[in-house]
Unconditional design. Structure first.
Lengths: 110, 113
């Protein structure tokens, strides 16, 4: 089992560019999540999904979009990148109470 | 609105000493989680506490939950350097089964020889 994998590990974007952060899990978990972690801060939930075809907003969804066409994949789309989106992004999945996290994507917007 | 507060935010302690990290939350919740994050790494689940009075132990770490006081503690016994990390608590917002967690800011722990 690879668990939760994320690509890319690092990315630098220019203001106004767009990109997709990829997240895949091989544990057949129904629940998947996207978080952002700013320096010295806890995690903020961006979007989550309770199963294929079902997504919902978290605390900080503005500037992001998600889709969930399969159980395994939960990509996060950034449109019109802004410096405020500079952060570390974590994807996670769960079936029961424990969330399993991916290694993270460090994104810088300049 | 559910808020989660941890204290202290920074903790420097000597090996062999004991200490407690506190996690307070503002509204009723049915689940509390503790996670560990090593510098530059991902998060790893430590404990899930599901009921009032729940106590869980793993090695030198013990977590407890008092739902009436809306307080969880993470007690460190005879600290060792390997425990140096940031510890987060998170609370379910109790809105059904959607598992939306609200996170504390984390306690950065440094264990020194």
């Amino acid at each position: 089992n690879a668990g939760v994998t994320q690509t890319p590990k690092f990315r630098i974007l220019k203001i106004g560019q767009s990109m997709t952060l990829q997240c895949t899990q091989d544990m057949n978990h129904n629940y998947m999540y996207w978080y952002r972690q700013d320096p010295g801060m806890g995690l903020k939930l961006i979007y989550y999904s309770v199963g294929a075809g079902i997504t919902d907003k978290g605390e900080v969804p503005n500037g992001y979009n998600v889709s969930r066409s399969t159980t395994e994949d939960f990509p996060l789309r950034l449109e019109l990148a802004a410096p405020s989106q500079t952060s570390v992004y974590f994807c996670a999945s769960s079936r029961g109470d424990t969330q399993y996290f991916g290694p993270g994507t460090r994104l810088t917007v300049l | 609105e559910l808020k989660v507060e941890q204290n202290p935010l920074f903790l420097s302690m000597q090996e062999g000493k004991n200490y407690t990290i506190y996690c307070n939350y503002s509204t009723t919740s049915d689940r509390l989680y503790w996670y560990r994050q090593d510098p530059g790494k991902s998060l790893e689940s430590l404990f899930v506490l599901l009921s009032n009075g729940a106590v869980k132990q793993e090695g030198r770490l013990m977590a407890s939950l008092d739902t009436k006081a809306r307080l969880s503690t993470l007690h460190i016994t005879a600290a060792v350097h390997d425990l140096s990390a940031t510890y987060f608590c998170a609370v379910n917002n109790n809105a059904g089964n959607n598992r939306k967690l609200i996170w504390g800011l984390g306690t950065s722990l440094a264990v020194n020889p």
